[in-house]
Design a protein around this ligand. Sequence first.
Ligand SMILES: [Zn+2]
Length: 412
Amino acid sequence: MSFNPDRIPGVPVRRVSRSFFPVLALVLPCTVMAQGFRGGTQIKPGESCPPGTTEVRPRSCLAPEGQVPSIVDYRPKSTLKVPATMRMKAKFPVVDFHGHPGGPQIGSVEALERFGVQLDSINVRLMLVAGNVSGDRLTQGIALVNQSKTMKDRVRFLTGINFGGIGTPGWADKAVAQMEADKKAGAVGIGEVGKGFGLSTKKADGSRLKLNDPELKPVWAAAARLKLPVFIHTADPQEFFRPVDYTNERWLEQSLFPERRYPQDRFPSFEQLMAERDSLFKANPQTTFVAAHLGWHANDLGRLGKMFDEMPNVLGEMGAVLYDIGRQPRAAHDFFVKYQDRILFGKDSYQPEEYPYYWRVLETRDDYFDYYRDYHAFWKLYGIDLPDVVLKKVYYQNALRITGVPMTGWPK
Ligand SMILES: [Zn+2]
């Protein structure tokens, strides 16, 4: 049998009608039949449409009629009807590895007890205070928590590194001595080492303190010896380092908060900071590092996976990047399953009503739902439907393992 490219097996060959041209109008799309184009602009292959127009057919651009709303005024209501399984409480108790509670939450015994009721309503059992609490502030904070019968085991503190005076003799000895004292007092980790480290912190001679500065080596070595994981926030989303033009995915956020921009004539580039960070992680393989915000690679899980593969001492914390996880539900599901021992739940800013969005993304199969901050993400989210064994690791088992907080009382 000879091969006929027009012949699809099982489908009868259709003969072109002799009266083909007269019926052409019948097969044209309805919109063209009804309206025709109002003088669109033609573009060449590979070109973008001119400002104010959009591509309506291949290489044909059209401007909307009437007044065009700005992106803050365009608020379409979804007509999609799908099951929604919003729930307030996480399925398993949670350690929030990236907590920034303040005076209203942990400033007094009464505040702590009110805080406990709030945490119960979302099923967060343990809050880590990632505020670099050191010295007297640490011992006072711990003493206060210990005074509360209900909150005694539900708030723990990370200590901090004071980079002030780095570059002067004896700096590292002092920093290590403080770390030892804070560990003894009850600190369970170090951090959050803020994004200023790398971006703006200066050494005594006025030069920028690089993330992989050898002068810091004794501090990372002490963290390993004391079994204190180092929680470190490096840089910010890569779009904050790019020109704020209309192709920038975070245009709205940077227009609302111009201080979030890192103009490249004044700041190191995103890639420069990532290179310094990776060199720090690799040069200290005995030290456990937790990259805040999944290292700002949640939009590139291939890169994050490579980082986890190459650096077994590194974990990632998932605070404030939910918009990237929830927009790739299948890839994120597989990633969380594959790297289930390397990811920690964290929320960052304390807003109890925002936690349920995390539970929904991590636990459900829901389609196409709103994120809680439009300016982070103009897109919708999807549930990634993690199995219980993975949820337990991300919610609490990994955090308990690396901080050494006892597992007793937590589900198996
Ligand atoms: Zn933080």
